[in-house]
Design a protein around this ligand. Structure first.
Ligand code: GAP
Length: 445
């Protein structure tokens, strides 16, 4: 896709998100804050649904993964042990001419702020030598703001899992192989955030760490790669827009023996959506060494004590949300009119169905309200009686709602109503009980 087309697509999406209440610029009435975004009514619901879909797949529907919700602020030594204080850096270059700051390893992808048609390599500005810039946000704990009070905003949720390995194992009585899953905020002082909610400084991760015997790492690595691929398939994402990218030796993080990213083809190109990593015994080994706590596990199958290896699946919640919006965005002509459809899966769509009385008279609003009240006990639904029914359909199509239910004159005679499918635009007549069963299958099936 050309730069111009990619920009247009992203601009249309950003504008749709604002119009329909998915995503707003943070602190907008103050002029916004770089790369920080707020989720509006539909965005908050979509995010919550994505997290529930992940949590169900990764914990509730399995016996071998437990959940955790660890604190964002952790003992600062954790980040020394994990290697983040020393290694979680990007190379930073300053331009003395325009005062711009760029990632040294991405100069060819950056734009000069003064001459946006050129990269910092081409614009003639005077660049400094590259220096290491640590991406962790720091703050102070307690009233004294000195070096001894420094704590970090976690840059990944994973460490909260490692330091709780013993707590979770002992309290849940799980045996290896087993996993711990967590969803939570992470913070990175990215040098070049951007592309809407793709790369931000505050974001949410959905991470799972699976503890295994070292001899079984390849088997479990392949297993989790497959599971995570199927998860995206279940979300209805176009599979030809997804691919695997294997990290070469120069790309591997300091903790990883092997890493594969699931990439999606965004309007701005193929980019990482999730990482699956073989972290070996690096994490538990380092924490064991630093704390002198025995983090080894005795496995009856192997009759030996060992530091478990870890297979990690690490997905971004905001990035998944961006992906389903990009993937679902569609513009087509309907009856001579250019219309926008947001084709979100019913499993995660913020509103599952909209209920309309065809007209605001003859008892239809009362009947429609009763249907609305019946459905809202089980699903997030929306009632709308304003404007022509065609306009109401169009509003819901753009908001990502998969089904519309219309109460008309025949409903009052035989208790059937039309159920209209957003994607096929087909209509069928059903009774309210049948609609509930249908929605249950589509949303929870
Ligand atoms: N614990 C391993 C880890 O954090 P990562 O590849 O650095 O690995 C995992 O991050 C995922 O977190 C990424 O695939 C992406 O979805 C999400 N992510 C990372 N940095 C992000 C950022 N600045 N903004 C939004 N999402 C981000």
């Amino acid at each position: 896709m050309s730069d111009k087309k990619a920009n247009d697509t992203m601009e249309k999406l950003v504008s749709l998100c604002k119009r329909r209440g998915y995503v707003f610029p943070s602190s907008e009435i103050y002029g916004g804050l770089g790369s920080c975004w707020d989720y509006g009514p539909l965005g908050a619901e979509l995010k919550r649904n994505i997290k529930t879909y992940w949590w169900d797949a990764m914990t509730n529907r399995r016996d071998d993964v437990e959940g955790l919700d660890a604190a964002i602020l952790m003992h600062p030594q954790v980040w020394v042990t994990s290697g983040h204080v020393a290694n979680f850096t990007d190379p930073l270059i300053d331009c003395k001419t325009c005062k711009g700051r760029f990632r040294a390893d991405k100069l060819a992808e950056c734009r000069c702020p003064i001459k946006p048609s050129k990269t910092p390599l081409e614009c003639g500005g005077e660049l400094t030598e590259a220096r290491k810039f640590n991406l962790m946000f720091k703050t102070f704990m307690g009233p004294v703001e000195d070096e001894t009070a420094v704590v970090y905003m976690r840059p990944e949720t994973a460490q909260g899992i490692y330091v709780n390995f013993l707590n979770v194992k002992n309290s849940s009585r799980q045996k290896i192989p087993f996993g711990i899953a967590q969803i939570g905020k992470a913070f990175r002082n990215e040098i070049t955030p951007g592309n809407f909610i793709f790369r931000t400084r505050e974001f949410e991760q959905m991470e799972m760490q699976f503890f295994i015997h070292p001899s079984e790492d390849d088997k479990w690595f392949e297993y989790w790669r497959e599971e995570r691929w199927k998860w995206y398939q279940g979300l209805g994402i176009k599979m030809d827009k997804l691919r695997w990218h294997q990290h070469g030796k120069d790309e591997l993080a300091h903790y990883a023996k092997a890493a594969f990213d699931i990439e999606y083809e965004y309007p701005f190109g193929w980019s990482e959506l999730e990482g699956v990593h073989n972290r070996t015994d690096f994490d538990l080994g380092r924490h064991q060494e630093a704390t002198k706590k025995d983090l080894r596990y005795f496995d009856e199958r192997f009759t030996e004590k060992f530091v478990p290896y870890i297979i990690e699946t690490s997905a971004g919640c905001d990035r998944t949300l961006l992906t389903v919006l990009v993937d679902g965005y569609d513009e087509i002509e309907v009856n001579g009119e250019q219309r926008v459809f947001l084709r979100l899966s019913p499993k995660i769509a913020p509103i599952k169905a909209a209920i309309f009385p065809l007209v605001k008279k003859d008892g239809m609003p009362e009947y429609a309200n009763k249907v609305y009240n019946d459905l809202r006990r089980k699903f997030k639904v929306f009632y709308d009686e304003s404007g022509a029914v065609g306009r109401r359909y169009a509003r819901m199509d753009e908001a990502g709602c998969p089904y519309c239910i219309t109460i008309d004159g025949d409903t009052l005679k035989d208790d059937t109503m039309t159920l209209r499918d957003r994607d096929t635009m087909q209509q069928s007549r059903l009774k309210v009980g049948e609609i509930i069963a249908f929605l249950d299958e589509k949303v929870n099936g």
